[in-house]
Ligand binder design. Structure first.
Ligand code: HEM
Length: 406
């Protein structure tokens, strides 16, 4: 429970009842960073379903932990808008929106439609063979050594390499992209985040100009040459779209893989269960995505609204703690248990509603291929003896590094 003194630094709006004010410390407190998923599962029963969490780091907001509440919020963009809900530093004099995330319906649809052929289940299925080959090439590089740093050697290069190909960017940008993604999403100092933002912005602008001159079949070129609603996009729109894909599509996948492989390393009998049931890989991946979901969904109220008896005001921020919603005991029995035979129920790892993750089919495929191919080549591995697992603070939850041995 926060002391009155600790709360005094925050300007808590008058309409927020004092009994609902709880600084949760999500994404930054020592308690969260010690075991983030257990921490988020533990919010049920410890706090009311909706609390107001003041935070200097992430901004003060209502926090939702119930599946049903998040499901409602995500499906009512007319009440809970994405405008202004993403905590990324942008130059107010040269402001751009993250597209499609920060665009409300009905305009949202016309932007999202541009990349539908690429990110549809059919579009993504075409990548199966090349991602499988890439996974095996990466494993070839460390299998004989008897150990690897999973994040550096597999978890990051796999999704970043797939992303660079998809976007039409050169593979030699891999390390630079990893550095920008980490700096932007995890650095706790504004200076590093600002520097990464500046470098990434400059690079993306050069690439966009180049694709305008020399079209190819990559995603950046598709965006640059698209005409949503019959009109070409402005430079700011193109930039906001390309840049958002970079923010959304890298760190999320490597955090997910890190979490899953930490669990695999610690659970030999469950690895064997996966190896013995290759036909159940869809359900296996879905359950692991539920238990190790990595991110959050921010919204801003367009009007005063009462949810579960809590009176919120226009302009208030609302965050759905998606991992906590995926541990909602009223929806998932024994929520922290990994059970590959659960009754089917969509989980909220990729959120829901109009803004549900556009890269979900790609992310699922990367997760399934990573698990399958890694376990085929390396059925037996463990966390290296002297390794201490530390988690990144910030809006994408996962270990910083994962040293494995076999
Ligand atoms: C395991 C990996 C991933 C996770 C957990 C994840 C999670 C999410 C979530 C929770 C949202 C909704 C945000 C909100 O409602 O506020 C979202 C949106 C989005 N994601 Fe992902 N994502 C992943 C991978 C990817 C990839 C690989 C891409 C593309 C390369 C991508 C592109 C997008 C886009 C474009 C949106 C915005 C969709 C819209 O506004 O219509 N994501 N993602």
């Amino acid at each position: 429970m926060a002391t009155t003194e600790a709360l005094a630094q925050f300007d808590i709006p008058a309409h927020v009842p004092p009994e609902l004010v709880h600084p949760l410390g999500i994404t930054e407190s020592a308690e969260f960073l010690a075991a983030p998923h257990a921490f988020m599962a533990g919010l049920h029963g410890k706090y009311p379903p909706i609390v107001y969490s003041p935070s200097a780091q992430t901004g003060s907001a209502w926090q939702l932990t119930r599946y049903e509440d998040a499901y409602f919020v995500l499906r009512h963009p007319e009440i809970f808008t994405t405008a202004g809900a993403t905590p990324f530093p942008r130059d107010p004099n040269n402001y751009f929106y993250f597209i499609p995330l920060e665009i409300d319906p009905p305009d949202h649809r016309k932007y999202r439609a541009i990349l539908e052929p690429t990110f549809s289940p059919k579009g993504i299925a075409r990548l199966d063979e090349s991602i499988r080959r890439l996974a095996n090439d990466l494993i070839d590089q460390f299998i004989a050594k008897g150990s690897c740093e999973f994040t550096r050697d597999f978890g990051r290069p796999l999704p970043v390499s797939v992303f660079l190909d998809l976007m039409g960017l050169p593979q030699d940008m891999l390390d630079t992209f990893v550095g920008w993604a980490i700096g932007l999403l995890h650095s706790q100092d504004r200076e590093t985040a600002g520097r990464c933002m500046k470098e990434a912005v400059a690079y993306m602008q050069t690439v966009i100009a180049e694709k305008a001159q020399h079209p190819d079949d990559g995603v950046i070129s598709t965006i640059v040459h698209s005409t949503p609603g019959g009109e070409p996009m402005t430079g700011q729109e193109i930039f906001g779209f390309v840049f958002f894909l970079f923010i959304a599509g890298l760190d999320t996948v490597f955090a997910t893989l890190n979490n899953i492989f930490l669990w695999l390393a610690e659970n030999p009998d469950r690895r064997q269960e996966i190896i013995d049931n290759p036909d159940n890989i869809d359900a296996i991946a879905e359950e692991l995505l539920r238990v190790f979901s990595v991110t959050f969904s921010g919204r801003t109220l367009t009007q005063d609204y009462e949810l579960r008896g809590v009176k919120m005001k226009k302009g208030d921020k609302v965050t759905s703690i998606l991992p906590a919603c995926n541990y909602d005991p009223s929806v998932f029995e024994n929520p922290q248990e990994v059970n590959f035979h659960r009754p089917r129920k969509p989980n909220l790892a990729f959120a829901g509603g109009v803004h549900s993750c556009m890269g979900a089919h790609l992310a699922r495929l990367e997760v399934k291929i990573s698990i399958t191919e890694f376990l085929k080549r390396l059925p037996d591995f463990h966390v290296s003896e002297d390794a201490a697992i530390e988690y990144w603070p910030g809006g994408v939850v996962g270990p910083k590094a994962l040293p494995l041995s076999w």
